[in-house]
Design a protein around this ligand. Sequence first.
Ligand code: NDP
Length: 327
Amino acid sequence: MFKAIVIEKDETGYRASLKDVDESQLPEGDVTVRVSHSTLNYKDGLAITGKGPVVRKFPMVPGVDLVGTVEESSHSSYRVGDAVLLNGWGVGEGHWGGLAQKARLKGEWLVPLPSRFTPQQAMAIGTAGYTAMLCVLALERHGVTPDQGEILVTGAAGGVGSVAVSILSKLGYTVVGVSGRLAESDYIKSLGASEVLERAAFSSAGKPLGRERWAGAVDVVGSHTLANVCATTKYRGIVTACGLAGGMDFPATVAPFILRGVTLVGVDSVMCPRADRLVAWQRLGTDLDIAKLNLITHEIGLAEAIPTATKLLDGQVRGRVVVDVNA
Ligand code: NDP
C-alpha cells in the first residue's frame, strides 16, 4: 500500500482525499518510481478543486511533477536506484501523477534528475520553473538581448513568474514585474525585478496600441492582460504566452502584430519534446540562482496539498510549493 491523493467523481460529487492505495492499482508503465517529492502547480490546483476540466478520467492521482528513485524498470534507459524527474506529458490529468508515494510511468517521459539539483530543488523549480525557462529560451531564440530594454513578467509573485524574474535578472535583463499583490513587491524585487507594477493597470480592456515599452514579455495571465502587454510591446518585440490565470480569452486587436511587428510566441511545457526539456533543465542548472529558490519555495506534506490547492487558486500562495509526499 502507498499513500496518494485520489480524485473521484461520481453521483455524490467531485472530491480529493488522501487515501491508502494498493500497488496493484498503479497504471501501466515500464518504470515504477518511489516518489520523494512533488509540487503544486496551478493545474494541480484546478485538478484538486475541480475548478477546471483538467482531470480526464477517474479515479485520478493528481500531480504534474514528481521526483524519485526507480524501483522497477523494464525500460532500457533506467535502472533500479536511478534518480528521475517527470514534468507533464498529461501525468496528473490522464495518467496517475506525482501526489503519491509511488508512480508507474512510461520511461520515455522521464529525465534523469540533473546532478546540479537535489530532489527538493528540482521540485522547487517543477513545471512552473521549467516553463519559465522555456519562455526565456523563446525570448532568446527570437533575438531578445538585455540591451534591447525592459522585459515584463506578469503574475510575478506566482510560480512561473517568480522563476522567470529570477532567471531573467541573472541573465542581465532589466525585469519589470506585474502583480496583484503589491505587498509582495519587496519579494519580487528580491528576485531581481527593478520595478513592480500593479495588476489593475493591465487587467481591463485597453487601447489597441499603447506607449511602446517592453522589449519582451513573459505572460502567465492571458485575457486583457496579454492584450495590453502586446499593445505596449516595442517595435519587433517578443511576447511569450504560457498561462491563463486571468482567463483563457484573448480580447486583442491585430494592431501590435501588423503595425509594430510584435511576435506572440506560445509556450507549452506538457508535450514539449524531450530534447527541448533537456536543454531547459540544463539551462536551469546554469541560469537560475539556487539561493533564490529558497526565497521562492515552501514545503508542505501530502495531506496539506488539498487545502493548499484552494489557496493557490485564490492567489494566496507565493512562489512555489514543494510537496514532501512522505511527510
Ligand atoms: P500560480 O498560481 O503560482 O501563479 C499565478 C499568478 O498569476 C498568481 O500568483 C498571481 O500573481 C497571478 N494571477 C492569479 N489570478 C490572476 C487574475 N485573475 N488576474 C491576473 N493575475 C492573476 O500559478 P503558476 O505560476 O503555476 O501558473 C501560472 C499560469 O501558467 C497558469 O495559468 C498555469 O496554468 C500556466 N502554466 C502553463 C504551462 C504551460 O505549459 N503552458 C505550464 C505551467 C503553468 P500576482 O499575485 O503576482 O498577481
